[in-house]
Design a protein around this ligand. Structure first.
Ligand code: PLP
Ligand code: COI
Length: 341
């Protein structure tokens, strides 16, 4: 298979249309068998549930070319499960998990020419999503839905790659107590747009959102969970009912414990204790692990000992081990790697 002639090393994190996407429609209580299509556009009624009441959720995952030339995805069953959780919370029909995993494999295989080569620094980002497609004007769930998966080749989410980020403690909330912060609803991201534009205008790379109930605990950023490392090398991640259960973060906690022999803790993390950590990073499919150098809380700067020039040593080990597993350089735990070709 001849690869597309793209500038893989400088591709950035953007949308680049690829050849095929998967589409399945839900009508009269059942999903049709679905198909791959070349048409990247969607035509829906002006009153569709997604347009009026934001009835939509999505997933994010990646396909990797391994060192020995296979194309693989990472724990797609967990994305399928999380999408099920999102759909249930938004009163949307569940796309069966086994069909989700198969459709991801089919779309990736159909866009093989766009899967970046091993060692290029790029990957194929996969975006499954679902939306209410039939008309609703009273506030209620739609009756018809569309489930789609497209792919786009991507580079690093944050410009500058591994350069430590500067994070602002935000005055905005991204989720409400008992709301939808724990699922991947489009509305959570709409909530974060003004906050991220404001942060960027002020020179920050990202926001640290606090718990919406008390605003005293660390939650997450607009698109990644936090990981901290204590001065005695314990890996700590915030526990909260209003953050997205990141698959990368859950995997990194296993990697820290089982591959690196580190102690791990998932617990509430107070904003007050952030100054005591040795390292900080953002983790997610898009972010992988992006190091944080500085957190700014209303003018008060917390600079981590790992500094503004490079990843902290534990963060680096976590990064190397996780990407080693994803790219086939290290043996993966049972069931983590799904080989497509
Ligand atoms: N938190 C938010 C708000 C996200 O959008 C994402 C991205 O999916 C994550 C965390 C990281 O989750 P995952 O590691 O499953 O990609
Ligand atoms: C991901 O990491 O897959 C995300 O969804 C984060 C962001 C690009 C929305």
């Amino acid at each position: 298979m001849e690869k597309k002639n793209l500038d893989w090393a400088n591709i950035g994190f953007g949308y680049h249309e690829t050849d095929k996407r998967f589409v399945s429609n839900y009508k009269d209580g059942v999903w049709d068998e679905g198909a791959l299509t070349a048409d990247a556009n969607i035509v829906i009624n002006e009153c569709a549930g997604v347009l009026q009441y934001a009835q939509t959720c999505f997933e994010g995952m990646k396909a990797y070319t391994t060192e020995d030339g296979h194309i693989v995805t990472f724990r797609p069953d967990l994305n399928a499960q999380r999408m099920e959780d999102s759909c249930k919370r938004l009163e949307m029909p569940v796309f069966p998990k086994d069909r989700f995993v198969q459709a991801v494999a089919d779309v990736v295989a159909a866009n093989e020419a766009y899967v970046p080569p091993y060692g290029s620094g790029a990957t194929l980002y996969i975006r499954p999503y679902m939306f209410g497609s039939s008309s609703v004007i009273g506030v209620k769930p739609a009756e018809e839905y569309q489930f789609r998966i497209f792919t786009t080749p991507v580079g690093p989410y944050f410009k500058g790659g591994a350069k430590p980020l500067t994070i602002k403690v935000s005055d905005f909330d991204r989720a409400a107590p008992h709301g939808t912060g724990h699922i991947k609803a489009g509305l959570n991201y709409a909530m974060s747009l003004h906050a991220i534009i404001t942060a960027h205008e002020e020179g920050y790379d990202e926001n640290m959102y606090l718990d919406p109930g008390t605003r005293s605990k660390v939650e997450e950023t607009g698109g990644a969970n936090f990981l901290f490392v204590t001065k005695d090398n314990k890996v700590v991640t915030p526990k909260s009912g209003s953050i997205l259960p990141s698959i990368t973060r859950r995997s990194l906690m296993t990697v820290a414990k089982d591959y690196l022999g580190l102690e791990v803790e998932e617990r509430e993390v107070l904003l007050e204790e952030v100054k005591d950590f040795a390292e900080c990073g953002l983790c997610g499919t898009a972010a992988v692990i992006s190091p944080v150098g500085k957190v700014v809380d209303h003018g008060k700067e917390i600079v981590f000992p790992s500094g503004m020039n490079e990843m902290g040593p534990i963060t680096k080990k976590l990064y190397d081990t996780l990407t080693g597993i994803q790219m086939g350089r290290l043996e993966a735990p049972e069931g983590w790697i799904h080989v497509i070709k």
